[in-house]
Design a protein around this ligand. Structure first.
Ligand SMILES: [Zn+2]
Length: 268
């Protein structure tokens, strides 16, 4: 998709007041006649890869392998529903710069961006998943440290094109606000879907300045699937059965996310 097409697509969505969050009013409950090309596009971003192993567990397990394995399983699970299109920023063990991951989502016209990571915390007794959205101010010192670990380089969002600078400015502002709502909605849906099934950190809804979440046009959440520094979490993250269950819970969360907009209601 060219930059101009991107701008027009977003403008049309904003004009109808439905998909200011990047959503195109699509929800499973309302899916009537949809061709595969018009299904919502979910961009999965398995963290790290190549020369960047990410966090390393005490016994040497690399985060990059767990994020990729989970991403591939999640892609299969999402595609099996026939409700989504799915693309991935990487499908094998290769290094992708953070800015290229964001660009891939923008160019593909993704409706949702989900980054997959594993925590590496200073306290080994801490365990559980957590859900990050973008904020210039970290929710706590721990969140700030995690963002520092995950970030490499900063990247600005793609500018809107095909409209006057004044209109572009207004749209960009609306888009940023709507995208924040969408990102927070997905993070909350993930928390609700995981609750009681997958361990959560004591305060799992967090925010920090993650580079891969900085596209102002795509609702984005970064999922820390568990802590590699905790032996119980590490054992679960290494288990294909656990990853399959996690993929099912993420799929449920994504279903919930799109269902929020089925009646034109924007969830907070
Ligand atoms: Zn990571």
């Amino acid at each position: 998709m060219c930059v101009n097409c991107f701008g027009r697509r977003r403008f049309a969505q904003l004009a109808f007041g439905l998909a200011a969050t990047g959503l195109s009013g699509v929800a499973p409950a309302r899916a009537t006649i949809r061709t595969p090309e018009t299904l919502p596009l979910v961009m999965l971003d398995p963290g790290h890869g190549g020369h960047d192993p990410g966090a390393i567990a005490p016994d040497g397990v690399y985060e990059k392998h767990i994020t990729l394995a989970t991403g591939l399983t999640l892609r299969t699970t999402l595609l099996a529903t026939k409700r989504y299109r799915v693309q991935m920023t990487r499908t094998h063990d290769v290094f992708i710069p953070l800015e290229d991951r964001v660009t891939a989502a923008v160019q593909a016209g993704a409706d949702l961006f989900l980054a997959l990571h594993c925590d590496h915390l200073p306290e080994p007794s801490l365990r559980g998943a957590s859900f990050f959205t973008l904020s210039n101010t970290a929710s706590d010192d721990l969140a700030a440290g995690i963002a520092d670990d995950e970030n490499g380089t900063g990247v600005a969002g793609a500018p809107l094109a095909g409209v006057s600078p004044q209109v572009a400015s207004i749209l960009a502002s609306l888009e940023t606000r709507a995208t924040k709502v969408g990102s927070a909605t997905l993070a909350q849906d993930l928390k609700n879907s995981f609750k009681g099934v997958i361990p959560l950190l004591p305060d799992p809804r967090r925010s920090a300045n993650f580079a891969v979440l900085r596209d102002p046009s795509t609702p984005s959440t970064l999922l820390e699937m568990g802590c590699l520094t905790n032996p119980l979490d590490e054992k679960r993250l290494r288990s294909p059965m656990h990853r399959k269950m996690m993929a099912a819970k993420i799929t449920t969360a994504i279903d919930m996310y799109f269902a929020h907009f089925a009646g034109g209601r924007m969830a907070g």
